[in-house]
Write a protein that binds this ligand. Sequence first.
Ligand code: ZN
Ligand code: ZN
Length: 355
Amino acid sequence: MSASQRLRALRARSRELGADAVLLSAPADVRWASGFTTPADAKVVVTPDAATLVTDDRYTAQAAEESAIEVLIAGGHRQLDEILERVAGLRLAVQADHLTWKVARDIEERLGGPPLATEGLTRPLRLVKSPDEIERLREAARLTDAAFAHVLDGTLRAGVREVDVALEIERFVRQNGGEGMAFDVIVAGGHRSAMPHGVASGRVLERGDLVTLDFGARVDGYHADMTRAVAIGPVAEPLRGWFDAVLRAQEEAVAAIRPGLSGVDGDKVARDRLEEAGLADLFVHSLGHGVGLQIHEGPSLSSRSTDVLASGMVVTVEPGVYRPGVGGLRIEDLVLVTDDGHEVLSRSPKAYVEV
Ligand code: ZN
Ligand code: ZN
């Protein structure tokens, strides 16, 4: 979607919600609407006939260079006044799931009444990715694969600390064109692998560990997300058997991805396989999530999802099992929904491997 198509979609969405102006404050949405790469320090205001990026004078040059929409430089107390001046007489929608209570109160006070509080304002607009967004996600996945191959080739071994593996992944990504990491790199071996989000610690990897590595490169604001489980020497039961069960569930769930599949049914494919293996109780999270300008966005693949997959959506498929005191693992790919099925963007091998 071009910037003007995005604004058109945003205006239609705000009308649908009963507003005729929108104040975007969630960073991913500010970036989506404007292209500005420091969106946490900016807002976007969209009215029926104007769209403006509002930021402060630290960003005068950067905003002029990056923004696809008009730029207004106004910092401090003046910023909100300027924004409200532009929406005078209009019904203003704000992002209740992002705006702070304080700013919401300030707006209410100055408008003499509450703005329209919305949740998930841009969610439906960002579900299907445009070709240029898919290109960036593809590049982020490619860089993620390259970083994995790099640490598999020597770094990842017994005697190395989790944090050293994480730093090497991060260094590789930054040095090869990545903007940064999608989230804090997860490297969790031994008992720590029972933590679904075990951010790398100072623990030293030992023989017999099954190490979960979950990370992604960020390219032009777009996130990749991939998990692999790697054995440091032979891994004992029950983890060895769990690996095969999770891999099978993951592969079957990936194979099911296509337009028309509901988030509930996608989740169920993996859950049923793990149920057959007697491991459903250990699969404590949902199967997957959409990825784009945010690491977690729509659509959702879960037992409570109301989403249905469509061509152009990009989702993760990531079953995992975890037992505190024992360990666990997860296997995750980034998957693009295509017209006739899917394309797996994560290319790293995922079969059981010992280093
Ligand atoms: Zn992940
Ligand atoms: Zn994920």
